[in-house]
Structure formats: C-alpha cells, structure tokens
Design a protein around this ligand. Sequence first.
Ligand code: SAH
Ligand code: MG
Length: 213
Amino acid sequence: MDKNQLYLLELHKQTDSRIESLRSYAEQNNVPIVDRLTLDMIKQLIRIHQPQQILEIGTAIGYSSMQFASVSSDIHVTTIERDEAMLTQAKNNRTTFGFNTQIRQIVGNALEQFEQVNDRVYDMIFIDAAKAQSQKFFELYTPLLKEGGMVITDNVLYHGFVADIDIVRNRNVRQMVKKVQSYNEWLMNNENYTTNFLNIDDGLAISIKGASK
Ligand code: SAH
Ligand code: MG
C-alpha cells in the first residue's frame, strides 16, 4: 500500500461509524466488502446526488447497504444476495444496527430477480457481485434506472490483474479478468452513459445515465 493511501486510511479512522466494526470481521473471514476509501467516495457521491432508491447487486453481510442507508433516513436500499450464510448474517446485522425499515432484502441469483425489484425506479445502482457478470447485471437492471441516475461498479481493476493480465496464471481467474476488461471497454464506449474510472483501491467506475459527452 502506498504512503498516501496509508495516511488517508489513518485519517479516516477518526470518523469510523459503528457499522465500520464489521470490517475486521469481514477481513478475518474473507468477505470482500467494499474498501474503506472507496466507501467514502461512494457515500460522498450519495450526498451530492441524493438518491432515494438504491439497488445493490451483492449484499454479502450487509455492510455496504447499511453504510449507504446511514447517509440519510430518506434512503431506501433494495439489495440482492444468493448465498444463504451471507443472508443470515446480513439479516442479523440489519437488526443489530437498526436498518430493517430502510433495507429490503431480495433472495436469489441476481440474474433472475428482475420481477422482484421492478416495482420502482432507482436513482442509483451498485454492482458488486460476481465480477464476470457485471455487464449482465448492468444490462438487466439499468432499464429501472432513472435518467441522470448513476451506476457504480466496484472492483473494475480487480487486484491489479485487469491492467496486467499476463501475471494471471489461473485459467478461471484469467477468464474472469478478461470479462472485466471487456466490461470496462463496453462501459467506456456506451453511448447512453458517461463513465469515469477511479484508480482507488480495487477500482471504481461511476456511470451517469444520459449525461452529455
Ligand atoms: N456489497 C458488499 C460486498 C458484496 S461481496 C459490501 O461491500 O459490503 C459479493 C457478494 O455477491 C457475495 O456475497 C456473493 O455471494 C454475491 N453474489 C455473487 N454473484 C451473485 C449473483 N449472481 N446473485 C446474487 N448474489 C451474488
Ligand atoms: Mg466489491
């Protein structure tokens, strides 16, 4: 980790919320929750953009959904997860931290939950599930995103592999990294969205629907 990043992480510790206590659990149990500085970037985007309805693909233990909901009591998050063990923990965490009314949990494969979430229009979509599927999630759910809404995709630089695929030996990882590369290019060239990519943590893409070029 570089010096600036370490410095900023230390600085941010001064404003740790109660929810942040889940980070050490996540690290010990290899749950890939959104990185700390990325989280603060997204929360700041939420303060600027003021989304009321957020759709999240990939709940895990509920960390990011609760962090987003904590920005304002006007925010409602619909979040999709397929893993039973994660779902149990997310539910417990929502109860512990008091987010049961602001967060709606959808259970199942996110490639198949359109009918469960199309009862509303979303102001923001956070894509953070299986990395090889990001484009599929984007294509499936963005018809529910309002004009001017934003799609945030996490891990678009995946472990530094996306910029340097030659270092990847494992075949499955290589396949996944290729998909991330192709997603990034597709996003960049998508005429209906304006996207910018941030070289922060594991890489973040911020796409605005219908924004002029
Ligand atoms: N957004 C969370 C972290 C999510 S980790 C946070 O930052 O706190 C990614 C999660 O996506 C995992 O829990 C995994 O089970 C889930 N996932 C992956 N592919 C999925 C799919 N197709 N449908 C539903 N959930 C999926
Ligand atoms: Mg992530």
